[in-house]
Ligand binder design. Structure first.
Ligand SMILES: [Cu+2]
Length: 330
């Protein structure tokens, strides 16, 4: 059964990637200049139309995974994410419906896929170490509405039963620099573990190259049931500030208070991150890199730096990721 699901998700991923490239190729219109390498960002920047515009985007890796050492092993698995977006003009602004899904609950073992140095969430109430848990089927179910004011101002409000609060860099499933990495980036729990958060509301104001956002959300991380929609009170909050001096460069600092995020660890967390991203399209591919620094205050102190590099040219893809992580101190 799992083998069939693996196969199915790989087929789906290939089909979705194909749809994305045929549907979103705007290089002819822009006189041969490659468009932004990020199809989701392209869609987000499109002006609102009086009718629905939809987009499907995604990836599915079919992995022969072999990790060495006593906690390593071999397995076949598939890490995958599928993103759906529909936008139209509404209420004097632009309305976007956003859905992100993954079949990982069926294509990754419940006890997680082997990934040395990875850490986060639980299986049978035991912290997963050297393993990456499968993500929940519903990664994002949300709606955003935005309105442009004047020449350079934009208000954006976002509400999501399941979504991504304004904390950390763009979460890795949507992050271009992580897109060619067949596994979840190491230490992503230290930076964007809130990427599947229950009950998120966010408001943001963008002006020229600056953007400031604030979120309230439920701080508890997803439980071990990967198929359900979890809910909770808005007990946690976060704020994020972006500077995008050029279309290629983005810089963010963010900080959040997470109310009892971990089921098996007592206490709340304060998490602060800073990151610099760079992405550039060129004929036949793109280059994207992100450096993330994260520090926690009070109960848990982790310092992590992530750098991912992706170069795709024709059919050859070269990728790399490095995540030196200081030991956890409690
Ligand atoms: Cu994750």
């Amino acid at each position: 059964m799992r083998r069939w699901l693996l196969f199915l998700s790989a087929l789906l991923g290939a089909a979705v990637s194909f749809a994305q490239t045929t549907g979103m190729d705007t290089s002819a219109e822009s006189g041969g200049t490659p468009p932004s390498p990020d199809p989701m960002a392209l869609m987000e920047e499109m002006p609102a139309m009086p009718h629905w515009m939809t987009m499907i985007h995604g990836y599915a890796f079919l992995n022969a995974n072999r990790q060495g050492g006593p906690s390593g092993g071999r397995e076949f698995d598939s890490q995958n994410h599928f993103m759906f977006m529909a936008t139209r003009a509404a209420g004097g602004g632009k309305l976007s419906l956003l859905g992100t899904f993954t079949l990982e609950p069926a294509t990754i073992p419940a006890e997680g896929s082997r990934e040395l140095f990875q850490r986060g969430e639980t299986y049978h109430n035991v912290l997963l170490v050297d393993r990456q848990h499968p993500h929940d089927l519903f990664v994002q179910l949300g709606a955003a509405w935005e309105k442009v004011f004047g020449a350079a101002g934009r208000l954006r409000v976002y509400a999501a039963p399941i979504g991504e609060p304004a904390l950390g860099p763009v979460a890795y499933p949507h992050r271009l620099s992580a897109s060619e990495n067949p596994t979840a980036p190491l230490a992503h729990h230290n930076q964007d573990s809130t990427h599947i958060a229950a009950d998120v509301v966010t408001a943001g104001w963008k002006y020229m190259i600056f953007e400031i956002e604030g979120s309230a959300f439920h701080g508890r991380e997803p439980d071990e049931n990967r198929w359900d929609v979890e809910q909770g009170s808005l007990d946690s909050y976060a704020g994020r500030f972006w500077i995008r001096p050029t279309p290629e460069i983005s810089f963010q600092v963010s900080s959040g208070h997470l109310e009892h995020p971990e089921k098996i660890e007592q206490g709340n967390q304060t998490r602060s991150t800073a990151s610099i991203g760079y992405q550039k399209a060129f004929p036949g591919g793109f280059f994207a890199a992100t450096i993330v620094a994260k520090s926690g205050a009070s109960e848990l102190r982790i310092a992590a730096v992530e750098a991912s590099i992706t170069v795709t040219a024709c059919a050859i893809s070269v990728k790399g990721a490095a995540t030196p992580t200081a030991p956890t101190k409690r």
